[in-house]
Design a binder for this molecule. Structure first.
Ligand code: 48H
Length: 261
């Protein structure tokens, strides 16, 4: 067989096997930002079949850019065990009251590698455009190629079934928004809707982001900035301990609930 055929056949076959095996997963996460990357690794290590669907070509979400493209991030003492689990290096800030700097490129690449190496499937350039809704629960995702949607092509999607769906889409909490509008459901929030992100208050936002990490409707969890947006938390800028801890928390919640497909 010509090399051209061997290469193309190997890629098409391997990708097809990977996607076919991911049509039914225990946990489907939307967005490959820091919270989802952490969550997915802990879930996979606990034996849950886990896949992430990311609309961009590069996973990593808002990590790469550090603060205003200065490619350094801050993490606090109480999230160092998560960084250490991924083998990501950190340096204490001198007189920095428990803050540490991390090279954002090492953080993004380390989280991505750690997740994939543990067995998480990441499908990049795949956008979640809807959810599967069965018997008053979120039961999966509706996916399509990002370029197809960007070009506005009229192409029907495919579906992923899941025991639990995690909205890890960051600030807009896209999945939760679309479930509210299309399934006309009420969330387990004080208003039944999305409360909306508040302005910057670092210490408050770091705590509320983790506290807000929860199951908001049967089958639908949220973590990271999506959870913060749902519960009206303050934003916190380029400090990422809350994102890491939120990812760990959503994994712990799903593991404790035994959500499997
Ligand atoms: C597939 C999608 C879709 C879709 C969006 O924003 P993220 O980095 O997510 P978090 O919450 O883990 O981390 C937030 C952090 O990066 C941040 O923004 C902080 C700390 N901000 C503080 C502040 O004050 O500003 O990543 C979300 C990912 C992105 O990669 C999107 O491309 C992806 O979700 N995504 N993927 N289908 N419909 N919508």
């Amino acid at each position: 067989m010509a090399s051209e055929n061997i290469i193309s056949k190997a890629i098409v076959q391997t990708y097809s096997e990977k996607l076919t095996d991911s049509l039914n997963v225990d946990v489907a996460l939307v967005g490959a930002g820091p919270s989802a990357l952490v969550a997915s690794r802990y879930l996979t290590e606990a034996g849950f079949k886990t896949a992430i669907f990311e609309s961009r070509l590069a996973p990593g979400g808002g990590v790469w850019g550090g603060g205003m493209c200065f490619n350094e991030l801050i993490v606090q003492d109480d999230a160092l065990d998560i960084l250490n689990h991924f083998g990501i290096s950190h340096r204490p800030v001198k007189d920095g009251e428990g803050y540490h700097t991390i090279d954002s490129v090492e953080m993004a690449s380390g989280l991505i590698f750690g997740a994939v190496h543990a067995g998480v499937r990441i499908f990049n350039s795949v956008k979640v455009e809807d959810v599967v809704f069965h018997d008053n629960r979120v039961a999966g995702l509706v996916i399509n190629w990002s370029p197809v949607l960007k070009l506005g092509l009229f192409v029907d999607p495919l579906t992923i079934l899941a025991g639990a769906v995690v909205d890890a889409t960051g600030h807009p909490s896209t999945v939760t928004n679309l479930v509210i509008s299309k399934a006309q459901i009420k969330l387990s929030t004080p208003t039944g809707g999305i409360l909306g992100e508040h302005p910057m208050w670092v210490d408050h936002g770091e705590v509320s982001c983790v506290e807000s990490t929860a199951e908001y409707y049967p089958g639908l969890y949220a973590c990271g900035m999506a959870a913060n947006n749902i519960m009206g938390g303050y934003r916190m800028g380029p400090i990422f301990g809350g994102m890491l801890k939120s990812g760990k928390k959503v994994a712990d919640l799903i593991i404790a609930a035994g959500k499997r497909k």
